[in-house]
Each structure stands twice: as structure tokens, then as C-alpha cells.
Design a protein around this ligand. Structure first.
Ligand SMILES: Cc1cc2nc3c(=O)[nH]c(=O)nc-3n(C[C@H](O)[C@H](O)[C@H](O)COP(=O)(O)O)c2cc1C
Length: 346
């Protein structure tokens, strides 16, 4: 079977790519990802705060975003707590680019539109083959949806102006209209969309009355949100699509490709099972696809997308009604005369 796929204009040997994670923080981890067959490697994110720390330019930042950023610094890690500063990050790109045969994609996380372009340029010069913009941003109360959306668009336009390498945007799923946002980002210059960024939701410690940061590895069922949107977007946006979240085995890669993704990204299952699991995922995907007679990834792509549905809204609505109506509760409702009686037993 022909496993090759194209992502952001890069020729990849197959569709399984390592997403940003602690594994790529060290060169050894990058090497391991390559040895275990990653088709491309997206490095962990460089955060705008790290750049500002290094540049000692808080005053400048104060002036563009009042106290918000200064305040965020007080919650933030100290520079020495980061595993790598901006110059280490650039050095890692250089080294990886020289020593590893698969494409290295850098990842930048900034919160101000102004934070993106300078480092985007340096990342390009360091040899990254593409840049992923990790747009992790929780809007302030009172900000309108238009303002929030414009922030994303401005960020893409600014980086597009700054670099020639392809840009992907790692999106969050909470836009009123993901489809419209996807088109506008593409129009602004994004070459690819990565669906979706997982917003890390803190928990509460009820004894200490403290907010507890927590990060959970994904579960396989979490693939569904991105799957739904990739299936919706396929054929409607003029850019590459990457599925991130919930890839734990080869069948999950098949799901993303059938929905319309060019690649499927993986982190949690490697953190859980070890980096060697990446080669298992590639093998399982290949075997599954060959057993079903597929000749290439290109042939599979988008077969289960909404492009093949005549009236997608009616299809969604019908499925929604069907799934709610067909749910069989295990308790509380009484089963009589061949049906569940919703009025009895509650
Ligand atoms: C420990 C950890 C660190 C991560 N670091 C980053 C990061 O630096 N930048 C980023 O864009 N995503 C980061 N992610 C998100 C992953 O790249 C990925 O998008 C997410 O975990 C969903 O994919 P998965 O289901 O394969 O884990 C991180 C995830 C984990 C679990």
C-alpha cells in the first residue's frame, strides 16, 4: 500500500506524526521519535513568556496589554524552570534539522499578536520546515467573539508576512462557527489546521480552596470532536488538515484519514506506552488498510467526510435525534410491553 501523504506541502512517508510533547524537549527524544518511525515531528511549544523573559522586555509588553501580561508572569514558571529557553529552542531546531531525516516542525505559543513574528522569523532561519501556531487563548470576560476571532486572524496574517515556511494553526474547538473560522484562517494565510487544541481544565482542591492545574492524557473516545470537524471541513477549506487528540492505535489513524485528514498526530499514547508504540500504530494502520483493500492513503482520504452527504445539516440533525431517542438507560425506566416507559420509575 502507498502510505505517502502530503502535509503543509511536505512529502511524508505515512500519516503518523508526533505532536508537541515533552518527548521532543531533548534531542534524544527527537531521535527516538525518528527511530520509531514518526513521519514528521512537531516540537514542544516555545511560549511567548519565555521569549519575553529572555529579552527582558516586560515594559514593552505592559504598554501593549496593560497589566494582563505582567500578572500572568507572576503565575508563570520562572525562566530557570523551563526545560529550554528561546535560544536553546532555536539550537534544538538547528541540531534536529541537521541530524534527523524527517521534517521538523516548530511550535510557537503566544498570546499577544505582537509576540509572534520575531520568533517566527528566527525559527524559520533555524531550519524548521514549517511552523505550528499553538493558539491557546482563553478570552477575557467582556471580549466579543469578533475580537477573539480577529485576534486569531491577525496572528496568522502577521506570521504569514514574517515567514515563507508553511504555517499551521492549532485551533481550539470553541468557535461559534468552526467552518467559517477555518476558511478565514486559510484566507489569512494558514496552510494547515490542526484540530484541536485541548484546553486544559483545572480542578478545584476543596480542602485548600486552590485551583489545581491538571493535565490528563487523552482517552480514545476523545477523537470524536476532531473527527466530526475534519469530516465537516474536508473539501471545503483549501488547506491541509491534521487530526490531533485520541490516536491510540492504527484504527484511530484510519478514522482521521477517512474523515479527511492528511495526517494524524500522537502524544498521549506515546507518553502512556513509550515512544516505540508509534511504530505499532503505523503497522496497525498499514495492516488494517491493506486488509480492506485500500491501495493508498490518498484513496482513503475523505471517504467518510460530509462531502459525500447531500444535505449535511439534515444528516447531523437526524443523527442527533436518532442517538437521543435510541439511548437505552440501564436504570430507573421501566420496560413494559416491549418498550422503555419514560414516565414510569423516575
Ligand atoms: C504533557 C503534554 C505536553 C504537551 N505540550 C504541548 C505543547 O508544548 N504544545 C502544544 O501545542 N501541545 C502540547 N500538548 C498537546 C499535544 O500535542 C496534543 O495535541 C494533545 O495531547 C492531544 O493529542 P493526544 O490525544 O495524542 O494526546 C501536550 C500534551 C501533553 C499531554
Amino acid at each position: 500500500m502507498e502510505l505517502k501523504t502530503k502535509y503543509l506541502g511536505l512529502e511524508l512517508k505515512h500519516p503518523v506524526v508526533a505532536s508537541p510533547s515533552p518527548i521532543s524537549r531533548k534531542f534524544d527524544g527527537i531521535r527516538k521519535l525518528e527511530d520509531n518511525g514518526a513521519a514528521a515531528i512537531v516540537l514542544f511549544s516555545l511560549f511567548e513568556e519565555q521569549i519575553r523573559f529572555e529579552n527582558e522586555s516586560y515594559a514593552y509588553f505592559d504598554h501593549i496589554s496593560s497589566n494582563t501580561f505582567a500578572e500572568s508572569l507572576s503565575f508563570f514558571l520562572k525562566m530557570e524552570e523551563f526545560s529550554a529557553g528561546p535560544s536553546d529552542y532555536l539550537e534544538l531546531i538547528r541540531k534536529a534539522n541537521e541530524s534527523v531525516s524527517v521534517p521538523i516542525i516548530a511550535s510557537l505559543n503566544a498570546m499577544s499578536p505582537e509576540g509572534w513574528d520575531e520568533y517566527a522569523r528566527e525559527i524559520e532561519q533555524a531550519g524548521a520546515k514549517a511552523l505550528e501556531l499553538n493558539a491557546y487563548y482563553i478570552p477575557d470576560f467582556g471580549q466579543s467573539s469578533q475580537e477573539v476571532e480577529q485576534r486569531y486572524i491577525d496572528m496568522v496574517k502577521m506570521v504569514r508576512k514574517a515567514v515563507k515556511i508553511p504555517i499551521a494553526v492549532k485551533l481550539c474547538p470553541y468557535f461559534s462557527s468552526v467552518g467559517d473560522m477555518a476558511s478565514r484562517l486559510t484566507y489569512a494565510g494558514a496552510n494547515g489546521l490542526v484540530l484541536f487544541n485541548r484546553l486544559y481544565q483545572p480542578d478545584f482542591d476543596l480542602d485548600q480552596l486552590e485551583v489545581v492545574p491538571s493535565i490528563e492524557l487523552s482517552q480514545p473516545y476523545e477523537i470524536r470532536l476532531a473527527l466530526l470537524w475534519i469530516a465537516n471541513l474536508y473539501g471545503h477549506v483549501n488547506c491541509s488538515l491534521a487530526g490531533t487528540t485520541g490516536v491510540h492505535c492504527g484504527k484511530d489513524v484510519a478514522k482521521y484519514v477517512l474523515a479527511g485528514a492528511d495526517i494524524a498526530m500522537v502524544t498521549s499514547s506515546l507518553l502512556k506506552n513509550g515512544v516505540h508504540h508509534l511504530s505499532t500504530i503505523v503497522r496497525e494502520f498499514t495492516e488494517w488498510s491493506e486488509e480492506r483493500g485500500y491501495k493508498s492513503v490518498d484513496q482513503m482520504r475523505g471517504l467518510m467526510s460530509k462531502k459525500h452527504v447531500i444535505d449535511p445539516s439534515a444528516f447531523d440533525r437526524a443523527n442527533y435525534v436518532k442517538v437521543l431517542q435510541s439511548f437505552m438507560p440501564k436504570h430507573d425506566l421501566q420496560y413494559s410491553h416491549g418498550r422503555w416507559d419514560p414516565d414510569a420509575g423516575l
